[in-house]
Design a protein around this ligand. Structure first.
Ligand code: ATP
Length: 914
């Protein structure tokens, strides 16, 4: 937000950055290869303001409050208030108006709460940028960028500000956000004519566009509102509103119910006055009572809060929901397709084995501390005596983009852990990055991308001789090599030997890398793909251990018990994948299928394999997309993880696309429904658990709320049918609905997941909310509540004839029944007649405790008595009221018991344990 009075370079002089040569831009913005110094960056952020766009204007507080009144129900209540006023029923008018205001205020507060939950999540997803400052490369919040900053871009990044490109390597950018053109544009560093349209300014990368391929370095020329995106004042789509299929279903249901109730009320009014001959004024009051009792006012608002609280709880467990319907979909997931490296495994890599042409070396030491040695048949050896080994280790350090750092006695890898493991190996034998950089300056490189599975770098040794080093997946590197480094020099390559050794190493669960080199320079001193095709000498195969995460093993087991299949889709070697899979109990005893094999299959064969096989190796993003489609065609609900820019289509296609928060690209995050802040598989499992819990709570809340309305409506209907005195006045009905039901029901939003929640089968997608069982439960409890309230009302009328006392007992009977039924509602089928059941959710107890003084005040406070027509009750009468509540509790528990023991239970909550 450029809300301070800040100035921008493009505001006073407006240089056309795209027309200037890159070097000129650097000079004008006083930037260079080392980027800005920290002090200068701090000064500029003061001057230019943070690199943020103003969020879209929100409705003001007053408008938001007023919007709460824009609701058909409230219009009806306001209409009723006017009519009661005309009839001179001032108390009812007052209560109706108070109910309208309270309803609006509750809605307002709840909306605010839900918005705050989403805002917090938006903040967690704020984009980052890689910059060079003071000579160091670092990751910063994109909002901290200032003009002059030197920004590094790689594929998958969202361009964080407007940049003039100064260095480009095969950069392709998709500019649809700005130009509407969805085909990626190839970028360069050349200046273009001043009148070139945005889409033709090849030397610029504009904020909000997406890097789909390659790398680049650019100098920030505009930030925040001064960027081209800022000028068209368009925010990129972020998190949407709080609406999910279930909420829409409930909203729809609520509206339908409101109309039905209003129509029924109107019909009752006409029939009552014309047919039964009730006076119109009395009949009107009855009809208002009926409408007020039957419409579940608090339903949509509390459901929204339940969902928002669920989303908040998931965020605390590192699962950030980007699209809210995912919360519900998570509960029906039947298959989770997960990456391996870093998600199922720890991503703390250590080289354990180096296979050369003549010898196989073991490497000792654990973690990233460069302490350990190379051994041959258990003897420590000096790599300098084994030239192929020494050169291989050197290759691993030179052809490397990671950094090894010691911070407070802790060794850490900045960058790719696979590369970190090679740096540690170098450190163990005394060839550190520092030594390497001094003696072997790097002149160019092709960084690693999953798509091509290798990295290459071009260096000069101390004699000025050129070298190209490559490292990557063995199959890929083997294709490039014509010779191998033996003890006595280069020899013709023995491919069978290397393939055998690769399979043998991978079968131990080790990740494989092959290292090779060539003593020549690339054409034009620039590395291109043509320079890494042939003529290399294979130096060694490296076996890297990356153990499974302990928590992932537990989580996979939990998923299996929850009826969810877990499939591993990895770029790694098939044998490595199978061995790691076995440690995680994924695909045990089944073959692993490779991407190449998948590519040969037609759709029918693929569908079969997608279901039967659990480990897919050497798979690339297109394979992921085909697998999702195949699984979905089989009726599965699929969650799929991904991190790269090319994973975006599979993430979009999956029912729940899951992006990695740490190593994932912006492109993957934006295509996803959920982001894992810790990249951990166990987080997906806990999100599924939480998703199931949220859905459960929504169901529990509906099952709690509707019978209250049903019970009240039945009481009023019975009174009209049997020509009784009205047992509940409109004001009393509103008191129950607005004050007690909402207070009590909200407690269910805090209900923790039930113990057996992960022993159930996934919920069938599209399952109707109002199942036969639901309707039964609502009717049963409605009738129970009605019996208690009406029974006590008639009893009291018979014994004392005091209508105030009878009504007071009826109101208290409904509220008491609600308090007890709230306890029943903590679980749909499981018994709550135990300690955990009665005390497990403190909010439930708190809500009940809050209701008791309210009811005491309603009954005994003189002011309430004058408003609501209530009257004091004797201890005996209170005991009778308590019995009515207890009746509901006992019968509801009995009903659960019967259902649990009947075959129906398997239909209502199918478990995986037969
Ligand atoms: P997953 O999809 O489970 O995360 P992955 O991370 O192992 O799989 P990739 O990163 O695509 O998959 O790696 C595939 C292969 O590429 C690895 O098995 C390895 O041989 C090679 N490789 C991985 N990282 C590098 C790297 N930095 N440089 C060169 N080659 C690499």
């Amino acid at each position: 937000m450029n809300d301070r009075s800040t100035t921008h370079p493009s505001e006073h002089s407006q240089p056309n950055w795209h027309t200037l040569p890159a070097a000129e831009v650097e000079t004008q913005l006083q930037s260079g290869p080392d980027g800005l110094a920290d002090g200068e960056a701090a000064r500029r952020i003061e001057q230019y303001g943070p690199n943020r766009l103003a969020p879209p204007k929100r409705r003001g507080v007053l408008m938001r409050l007023l919007m709460q009144f824009h609701n058909i129900l409230l219009y009806v209540m306001l209409g009723a208030a006017v009519i009661t006023a005309i009839l001179g029923h001032w108390v009812d008018t007052g209560v109706l108006l108070a109910a309208v205001v309270i309803n609006a205020i509750i809605g307002f507060i709840q909306e605010g709460k839900a918005e705050a939950a989403l805002d917090a999540i938006r903040a967690m997803l704020s984009p980052h940028a890689t910059v060079v400052r003071g000579g160091d490369r670092r990751q910063i919040d994109a909002a901290e960028l200032v003009p002059g900053d030197r920004v590094l871009l790689v594929s998958g990044d969202r361009v964080p500000a407007d940049l003039r490109l100064v260095k480009v390597k095969e950069l392709r950018v998709e500019e649809a956000a700005l130009t509407g053109e969805s085909l990626p544009v190839e970028k360069g560093t050349d200046a273009v004519a001043a009148d070139a349209p945005l889409g033709d300014r090849y030397g610029m990368a504009y904020s909000g566009t997406l890097v789909v391929f390659g790398q680049a370095t650019g100098i920030v020329v505009a930030t925040g509102a001064a960027t081209e995106l800022g000028k068209i004042n368009q925010m990129l789509t972020g998190i949407q509103n709080l609406a999910t299929p279930l909420l829409r279903q409930v909203d729809h249901f609520g509206r339908w119910l409101a109309f039905a109730v209003l129509a029924a009320s109107a019909a009752t009014f006409v029939l009552g006055t014309l047919w039964r001959g009730y006076p119109a004024a009395d009949m009107f009051m009855m009809v208002v009572a009926l409408a007020a009792s039957a419409i579940p006012e608090g339903l949509p608002a509390i459901m929204t809060v339940t969902l928002a609280l669920g989303v908040q709880r998931m965020a605390q467990r590192n699962a950030i929901i980007r699209r809210l319907p995912a919360v519900e979909t998570l509960g029906s997931v039947t298959v989770i397709c997960s990456d391996k490296t870093g998600t199922l495994t720890r991503n703390e890599m250590t080289v354990q084995r180096v296979v050369c042409a003549d010898h196989v070396f073991d490497v000792s030491g654990v973690g990233y501390e460069p302490l350990g040695d190379c051994r041959l048949d258990d003897r420590i050896v000096d790599p300098e005596h084994y030239p192929a080994l020494a050169l291989a280790i050197r290759t691993g350090v030179l052809c490397n983009d990671a950094h090894l750092q010691q911070q407070a006695h802790q060794w850490r890898v900045m960058g790719d852990p696979t590369e970190g493991a090679l740096l540690v190996l170098g450190g163990k034998v005394g060839f550190s990055q520092h030594v390497a950089d001094g003696a072997w300056p790097r002149l160019d490189s092709i960084p690693f991308e999953s798509q091509h599975r290798f990295m290459a770098s071009y260096h000069q040794d101390s004699d000025g001789a050129p070298w190209i080093f490559v490292k990557g997946a063995p199959e890929r590197i083997l294709e490039m090599c014509g010779s191998q480094a033996g003890h006595a020099g280069d020899q013709p390559i023995d491919r069978d030997y290397w393939r055998r050794m690769a399979t043998d190493t991978a079968a131990k669960g080790l990740r494989l890398l092959a290292l090779a080199c060539k003593r020549s320079a690339p054409a034009n001193d620039q590395l291109t793909f043509a320079d890494v095709e042939a003529g290399y000498t294979l130096l060694a195969l490296v076996g890297i251990i990356d153990p499974p995460r302990e928590e992932a093993i537990v989580a996979v087991d939990e998923c299996h018990r929850a009826g969810i299949r877990v499939k591993m889709i990895t770029g790694d070697h098939a044998e490595t994948a199978r061995a790691i899979g076995a440690q995680l109990a994924i695909g045990v005893g089944k073959p692993a299928v490779t991407g190449a094999e998948l590519a040969m299959m037609d759709d029918a064969a693929l569908r079969q394999v997608a279901i039967d096989v659990d480990v897919f190796a050497r798979a690339s993003p297109e394979h992921k997309l085909r697998l999702v489609q195949a699984l979905q065609n089989d009726g599965q609900v699929v969650a799929m993880t991904g991190d790269g820019v090319n994973d975006a289509p599979a993430l979009k296609r999956a029912d729940v696309g899951v992006a990695m928060g740490m190593k994932g690209t912006e492109a993957a995050k934006e295509a996803s429904d959920m982001v894992l802040a810790d990249d951990n598989f166990a987080t997906i499992a806990s999100a599924v658990r939480e998703g199931r819990a949220v859905y459960d709570n929504l169901k529990k809340f509906i099952l709690f709320m509707l019978p209250t309305n049903g019970g009240e409506a039945l009481v009023v209907i019975a009174a009209i049918l049997f020509e009784l005195t009205l047992p509940l006045t409109p004001a009393q009905v509103l008191w129950i609905n607005m004050v007690t039901s909402s207070t009590l029901g909200l407690a269910l939003a805090f209900e923790p997941a039930e113990r057996g929640i992960m022993a159930r089968r996934p919920r069938p997608p599209g399952e109707a909310l109002l199942s036969g069982f639901f309707i039964w439960r609502v009717l049963m409890v409605s009738v129970l509540m009605m019996s208690g309230a009406l029974g006590l009302f008639l009893w009291e009328m018979n014994s004392s004839g005091n209508v105030e006392a009878a009504r007071t007992m009826a109101v208290n009977a409904v509220v008491m029944a609600e308090m007890f039924y709230l306890l029943n509602s903590r679980s749909i089928l499981a018994s709550v007649a135990n300690r955990q059941g009665l005390t497990g959710n403190p909010y439930v107890l708190l809500a009940i405790a809050a209701c008791i003084p309210l009811q005491l005040a309603f009954t005994h406070a003189p002011i309430m008595q004058s408003i609501f027509g209530s009257t004091d009750l004797s201890p005996l009468q209170w005991a009778q009221v308590a019995c009515a509540g207890l009746l509901v509790f006992c019968v509801a528990e009995l009903e659960k018991l019967v259902i649990r023991r009947s075959p129906l239970a398997a239909r209502i909550a199918p478990t995986t344990v037969s």
